[in-house]
Design a protein around this ligand. Structure first.
Ligand code: BG6
Length: 463
């Protein structure tokens, strides 16, 4: 019977802005997430005192984390992926001294995890940056932001050096091309040249964080984080196959730089062909050579690429312009479910980078029904996760080095794209709804017991 390696990290992943709430508590500043109360796909709204948004309370993890971590421990988690809210530490982003109350919160959070033997995996920036840096400096479009981020990264590495040994730099760094405000603090109508320049600054900042982490915590490992958007050619027409290769490079290029330390030739050609001329200094080139220790990624779906313009037109309007795959079923949110794609992606990334891989997000967003007796029978979620984990096991048998698996949203949280609570990912149900009603009470779903079995059997219970 194939099995998972000893020491494989099992757990779940959350992001500060989707669970914590407490949005101005203890000196926290406004983040880009706070000014997008309807999610990544919604508009930027300048917050006025008294305005309310679903993320302001989220699932109140800021106050309820001890109870939630106890539930994760009950499932046997050996790892929890969390992010630090940058604006809890540097409320405007450009301060010289950090906010002690924000630092103290994460001290308590990491201590609570340690008390349950749960290893923290910490993302420095998960889909948010200080709104002050966007308004006053122009976000990542401004080179100065690199220094502000480096100060933040060095501050938290120093503070948590004995508590956190696994780090990630930027969540889904490749999403900036599709969601510039969320990714790099630029308006949605920015030009490609502006977005790529901002991305360049962020890539330099990511590399400087890697360097700082290695200096400050020599026994830590730090990875990047990609949205693993694997694309298939819709047909075997050679042009479609090449178009798919090119489309995959739009996200792989981030991994190529973060893992190999330099811009790949195909990107330099893309910039030349599109009249994009980036300001890349020699100092930047040196900085980029600090490469990550492991590659982490999220995986939800795959898509198809075609050179047929009529089909492409139909696909426009999704956050990623992908053409549907006729061989796959979709979730209620139209995300195509493809467990085998995860095995393929793991193999592709391993062949490309030869660095350990970490699946730090995967899961099914679905509407749950609470039965009269309070039960939540989420067999659809169990099936989804089971089928994906079976493919992870296959990839490990293929020889891929996989460090761990943290499913997305082990407890229901606010969705990133549209700030919905009705799109639930959790093993733990949270009584809170899109209109803000609910008691915030936590309930174990059927999948809670299923995941517990998977973890305690180290995957042997998978079907
Ligand atoms: C990833 C993000 O894109 O997908 C998460 O890193 C996000 O923050 C997750 O929540 C699922 O997307 P959504 O829109 O369903 O929350």
């Amino acid at each position: 019977m194939n099995t998972f390696p000893d020491g494989f990290l099992w757990g779940g992943a959350v992001a500060a802005n989707q669970v914590e709430g407490a949005y101005l508590t203890d000196g926290k500043g406004l983040s880009t997430s706070d000014v997008q109360p309807r999610g990544i796909l919604g508009p930027v709204v300048e917050r006025e005192p008294g305005d309310r948004g679903i993320k302001d309370v989220a699932i109140d993890f800021y106050h309820r984390y001890p109870n939630d971590i106890a539930l994760f421990a009950e499932m046997g988690f050996s790892c929890l992926r969390v992010s630090i809210g940058w604006t809890r530490i540097f409320p405007n982003g450009d301060e010289h001294e950090p906010n002690e109350a924000g630092l103290a919160f994460y001290d308590k959070l990491f201590d609570e995890l340690a008390a349950h033997d749960i290893t923290p995996l910490v993302t420095l920036s998960h889909y948010e940056m200080p709104w002050g840096l966007v308004k006053q400096y122009g976000g990542w479009g401004n080179r100065e932001t690199i220094g502000f981020f480096e100060r933040y990264a060095r501050t938290v590495f120093t503070r948590y050096q004995s508590k956190v040994k696994l780090w990630l730099t930027f969540n889904e760094i490749n999403m900036s091309l599709h969601a510039p405000m969320t990714g790099v603090g630029l308006p949605e109508n920015s030009t490609q040249a502006q977005i790529y320049q901002a991305i360049h600054h962020q890539l330099v900042a990511s590399a400087l964080a890697v360097k700082a982490c290695h200096e400050i915590i020599p026994d830590a490992k730090i990875g990047n984080m990609l949205l693993g958007g694997l694309m298939y050619p819709l047909t075997c027409k050679p042009d479609d196959v090449f178009a798919a290769l090119q489309e995959n490079r739009t996200w792989q290029f981030f991994g190529d730089i973060q893992s190999r330390g330099a811009y790949p030739g195909y990107m330099l050609r893309y910039f030349r062909d599109n009249g994009i001329s980036l300001d890349i200094t020699n100092e930047d080139r040196v900085a980029l050579r600090s490469t990550v220790d492991f590659i982490s990624f999220s995986y939800y779906m795959t898509g198809c690429v075609t050179t047929d313009e009529a089909l492409n037109q139909q696909a426009r309007g999704n956050i990623l312009n992908m053409v549907p795959n006729p061989h796959l079923q979709s979730s209620e949110w139209g995300w195509q479910i493809d467990p085998v794609g995860l095995r393929t992606l793991l193999n592709v990334l391993w062949d490309r980078y030869q660095k350990p891989l970490f699946i730090v997000e995967n899961g099914l967003g679905a509407k749950d029904r609470v039965e009269a007796d309070g039960a939540i029978n989420d067999d659809y979620r169990i099936n989804y996760l089971n089928d994906h984990l079976v493919q992870v096991r296959e990839a490990i048998e293929d020889g891929v080095d996989v460090l761990g698996y943290t499913s997305w949203g082990p407890i229901d949280l606010v969705s990133a794209s549209k700030a919905e609570l009705s799109k639930r990912y959790g093993f733990i149900y949270v009584d809170r709804h899109d209109d803000g009603s609910g008691t915030l009470a936590r309930t174990r779903k059927k999948s809670f017991y299923w995941y517990k079995d998977v973890i305690t059997s180290n995957g042997a219970s998978l079907r």
